[in-house]
Design a protein around this ligand. Structure first.
Ligand SMILES: Cc1cc2nc3c(=O)[nH]c(=O)nc-3n(C[C@H](O)[C@H](O)[C@H](O)COP(=O)(O)O)c2cc1C
Length: 317
């Protein structure tokens, strides 16, 4: 049993959160992660609707699991409708990433829901602390999807040394080895995204699953080109980590004018459409059910951590 502040305060069995992943994490995935003992989150992309949230919460609950909801803070600054919708369904947790959560935290707390914030730098940590969030996620640059530039391990240590809030790690955690490392370092749990991307419970095009299965850990790129191609007005400091393909080969780093990129983008073409994924893609080698991924991760971490005490006492023997 892996009991931490996170499991106790959320009333879950395992210190593993299924990451909010816009376009990939819907109710089926979230429900299966929660049923396995973690907490699954819906990823409400910028183009998600209140109806989508309603349907996916119902799907997760029908699968037998509870659910958290992830929103993008910079997008709420334009239109907070998705926050209203999220609050209506009383999720177990709301995640606010990419921006200052301050304008939204009191409303979420008034509904009795804890707030988690993904941060990418030490300055982000201070912003999130001032906003009054409950849980910090150190999201490293090797994470899939939009993220920062500092890698998980240096960021996690810097954040753990700098805050009294509970801290989770995100970015590159794909096995019980990663989970054990985070817990041993002082983290309260992990957020996992990429390792679930070939699971049959994910949503999105079929090629997104098959391309992640075929990819290695060196096959990703940190790039703004898919946002430019799809007119997604992301603030400049957050690029997205995606699998390399014909589109990134041609346009990443090329400084090509916008309309050329927009015309060349075709989401129906598996060699052109975006597949956001992190460096943990190298560990996605089969189409495993999400619940199996979560259970195996926790069992391996438990085994490693219980062997660790004896290992260090006996000088590695
Ligand atoms: C396909 C994909 C979509 C994502 N979409 C979101 C999102 O909508 N909101 C968010 O806060 N994070 C998003 N993320 C980041 C995840 O929440 C999380 O930080 C990341 O998956 C953890 O790193 P890992 O992919 O190495 O496990 C996304 C990640 C992926 C892979």
């Amino acid at each position: 049993m892996l009991e931490t502040w996170l499991t106790k305060s959320l009333g879950i069995e395992l210190p593993i959160i299924g990451a909010p992943m816009g376009g990939r994490a819907g109710g089926r995935l979230a429900g299966e992660v929660s049923k396995a003992g973690g907490l699954g989150m819906l990823g409400a992309a910028r183009y998600a609707t209140p109806e989508w949230i309603a349907e996916e919460v119902a799907t997760a609950r029908a699968a037998g699991g509870d659910v958290g909801i992830g929103l993008m803070t910079w997008s709420l600054d334009d239109d907070a409708t998705l926050l209203d919708a999220a609050l209506e369904y009383e999720p177990k947790l709301i995640s606010l990433s990419f921006g200052d959560p301050a304008p939204y935290v009191a409303r979420i707390h008034d509904a009795g829901i804890p707030v988690l914030a993904q941060v990418n730098t030490i300055d982000d940590l201070r912003v999130a602390e001032r906003a009054g969030v409950d849980i910090i996620v150190a999201q490293g640059g090797e994470a899939g999807g939009h993220t920062g530039r500092v890698a998980t391990l240096p960021l996690l240590q810097e954040i753990l040394e700098s805050t009294s809030l509970p801290v989770l790690a995100a970015g590159g955690v794909s096995t019980g080895r990663g989970l054990a490392a985070v817990l041993a370092a002082g983290g309260e749990g992990v957020l996992v995204g990429t390792i679930l991307l070939a699971s049959p419970e994910t949503i999105g095009p079929d090629y997104a699953r098959t391309r992640v299965l075929a990819a290695g850990s060196a096959d990703t790129v940190y790039t703004p080109v898919f946002d430019q191609a799809r007119h997604q007005p992301w603030p400049e400091r957050w690029f997205g980590r995606a699998l390399v393909n014909d589109f990134t080969d041609k346009f990443h780093g090329g400084g090509v004018v916008d309309d050329v990129i927009v015309d060349a983008y075709d989401p129906a073409d598996p060699n052109v459409g975006v597949v956001y994924a992190g460096q943990a893609a190298g560990m996605v080698t089969s189409e495993r059910a999400a619940g199996d991924v979560i259970r195996a991760m926790s069992a391996q971490a438990e085994q490693l951590l219980s062997a660790l005490g004896a290992k260090v006492r006996n000088n590695g023997r």
